[in-house]
Design a protein around this ligand. Structure first.
Ligand code: MSP
Length: 648
């Protein structure tokens, strides 16, 4: 019987940043899924890669003073190196600047164009370069991109459009009739809610003279393909759409893995593109949450809460980092991660549960059986429970992995390891050893423990690819068939008579106090260094000339009226008087001041700022306020002075 296919993908990573924990998290999960399916008898295929076109990349190359191609070649290699360090074994690494990819993007574009689903039009909207897409008014928070916190740029240009709206109803039906198409469920609902209103058509090109770094539109060389339309196609170009053997073999089974910030392109752009191109839709979109710093806040260099998986793997080994990420974070949810958490998990699950089971078992086989795994002879009461648990694992794991309940699946394996440790306490081999009439029972108990370790080693192999060999070595196993999936479905595959040998403890306990002290010292040093650097940077950045300062026109303004801006929780709209002039200023202070308390106040405003529109309201200036994490205080004057007075 031919094997069932399984195809898993990660997002292709933008090469404007170095590999970080967000990339590592998704890639470790994909690697786990690929390995698990291979173990369970699937023909498994794992794709990752890098996203190398678009404005963001062109800007990053420029900032690095490199040609775009040289820049993307260099950073893309950094990703390959990073994946080696975490023992990621992908089958293919696609780069969007490769000819094999560009060719397919152009073919698909042409196909959709020929079918009449692409047209030319003028577009005006707010573009966020960080997201590489136009944001809708609804998405903006106080005029800024919710993910990047920066105001998007207003842009008007001629673009080609993909008739995405045309497929909205179809997509709603598709999602409704395929309940596990997008999962976990919360994200599915989020997508349905976006689809409950018109989604419009998707701008899929950029003028080449503004963004030269992209794939030319096949029928109009003056335009290049929009980076998301280009990038999404990697999932099929890599496997050789349309005729390639791999495409035929794997495409129908594909699971995409993404982070929650890129759900819209994957759940809306991508299926409608596939539909328009007459291609089958992917099988599952699996959406992961965000990993936060140990303090629960978004990781950022300025906050100093960045957790680096590559440093951690240097320190604790790739298997430990992989185990930690997979077992500690419930898939789909945001979770805070950090070294202290990792050490706690390591000590409890790896040093205590798994490590102890191995060292206790090997010690007892050496001590009571001359170092040879005995043959089981006399069954006893707790055996059945241990065996039943082992034999039920494969099916349970299959169900859980299929539902992306990964940390729960790992907990099941650990429940079994815990059961085996309890079995030692219940059977007390050291007591059995004292009574020669119990020899047969002792042999059975020790055999069962060795078998339990073999079973555990096989089940953890997709999580921790390097650890099973260490367990097998100590158990004296060198027969590869004993690490197969079939061999753990039925208890008793381990042959008796193997020679065990004690080696180094696989997961020595980490002394947390010493670790914490070392960590605290390291952190203090790193902080001091960072502060120094930040000071130097600030100094360099903050020094401005008197001429620069004179350009800013600060004036006293009197607040005449104030009211909330409809539909924007944070904004207040003020009518102010600056000398004889009346102006409207929109400010994000609604959380700190009520409209009533502002009326009559004399505040300081920047009077020569270019007017801007916030939530559709004209703002003709900016007011000054001091703020910190607790709140915000407006700058006012401490003696009465007439409005319009210049602040110097
Ligand atoms: N290039 C696009 C994807 C194109 S796929 C056709 C992209 N690249 S990215 O490098 O910016 O992000 C890749 C993934 O990393 C996203 O899925 C994002 O959710 C994930 N993460 C980035 N930071 C993260 C965390 N802190 N935690 C978890 N994942 C997060 O988007």
């Amino acid at each position: 019987m031919s094997k069932k296919a399984f195809y898993v993908t990660t997002p292709i990573y933008y090469v404007n940043a170095e590999p970080h924990i967000g990339h590592a998290y998704t890639t470790v999960i994909a690697d786990f899924l690929a390995r698990w399916h291979r173990l369970a008898g699937y023909d498994s295929y794992f794709l990752t890669g890098t996203d190398e076109h678009g404005e963001k990349i062109a800007q990053a190359a420029k900032a690095a003073g490199e040609e775009p191609q040289a820049f993307v070649d260099r950073v893309s290699t950094r990703f390959k190196e990073a994946w080696k360090r975490l023992c990621i074994e992908y089958d293919d690494f696609i780069r969007t600047t490769e000819p094999r990819h560009k060719k397919i993007v152009q073919e698909i574009l042409q196909k959709v164009y020929d079918a009449g689903d692409i047209y030319y039009g003028e577009y005006e909207g707010y573009y966020c370069v960080g997201c590489e897409r136009f944001l809708t008014d609804k998405e903006l928070v106080d005029g800024c991109c919710p993910d990047h916190g920066t105001p998007p740029e207003k842009r008007k240009e001629g673009n080609y459009f993909f008739r995405m709206e045309k497929y909205r109803e179809w997509l709603i039906d598709y999602i409704n009739s395929h309940p596990d198409f997008i999962r976990p469920e919360g994200y599915r609902n989020e997508v349905l809610s976006i689809l409950s209103e018109p989604i419009g058509d998707l701008s899929i090109s950029r003028p080449r003279e503004r963004v030269p770094w992209g794939i030319p539109i096949p029928w109009d060389e003056k335009h290049v393909t929009y980076v998301w339309f280009d990038a999404l196609i990697n999932y099929v170009s890599a496997v050789g759409y349309p005729d390639g053997e791999k495409y035929q073999r794997y495409w129908d089974s594909v699971w995409h893995l993404i982070g929650k910030d890129i759900i819209k392109p994957h759940a809306i752009f991508w299926p409608t593109m596939l539909k328009a191109a007459g291609m089958p839709i992917y099988k599952h979109l699996n959406v992961g949450g965000f990993l936060m710093g140990p303090d629960g806040r978004k990781m950022s260099k300025t906050l100093g809460n960045v957790v680096d998986p590559f440093d951690l793997s240097e320190k604790y080994g790739a298997d430990v980092v992989r185990y930690y990420l997979l077992s500690d974070v419930p898939y789909g949810q945001d979770a805070s991660v950090g070294e202290t958490h990792l050490v706690a998990r390591y000590n409890a699950d790896l040093a205590n549960d798994l490590g102890n089971l191995l060292s206790r078992t090997i010690t007892m086989i050496e001590k009571f059986c001359g170092g040879e795994i005995p043959a089981p002879k006399a069954k006893g009461s707790p055996d059945d429970e241990l065996i039943a648990l082992a034999e039920s694992l494969p099916d349970k794991l299959e169900t859980m992995v299929n539902r992306m309940q990964l940390n729960a699946a790992i907990r099941e394996i650990w429940r079994f390891i815990g059961r085996a440790n309890k079995y030692i306490d219940e059977t007390m081999p050291w007591s059995l050893a004292k009574d020669s009439s119990q020899k047969e029972r002792l042999d059975t108990v020790l055999y069962n423990l060795a078998e339990a370790l073999r079973v555990a080693a096989v089940h953890i192999s997709p999580i921790m690819p390097n650890t099973p060999a260490k367990i097998f070595e100590q158990l004296g196993i060198d027969d590869a068939s004993l690490s197969s999936w079939e061999s753990v479905k039925k208890w008793g595959g381990l042959p008796a008579g193997l020679k065990v040998s004690r080696k180094e403890i696989i997961f020595p306990r980490i002394d947390e106090k010493a670790k914490e002290k070392a960590k605290a010292e390291q952190e203090t040093k790193a902080k001091a260094k960072e502060e120094k650097q930040a000071e130097a940077k600030e100094e360099a950045a903050n020094i401005i000339s008197i001429e620069d300062f004179a350009k800013v026109e600060l004036r006293i303004a009197e607040v005449l009226e104030a009211e909330k801006v409809k539909g924007a929780d944070k904004l207040l709209k003020l009518q102010v008087k600056i000398g004889d002039e009346r102006r409207q200023i929109v400010a994000g202070i609604a959380k700190y001041y009520s409209p009533e308390e502002l009326v009559g106040k004399k505040i300081v405003v920047v009077a020569n700022l270019k007017p801007a529109k916030l939530r559709g309201e004209l703002s003709q200036g900016m007011l000054l306020a001091a703020s910190n994490e607790e709140g915000l205080s407006l700058i006012t004057v401490d003696r009465d002075i007439e409005s319009g007075a210049r602040v110097k």
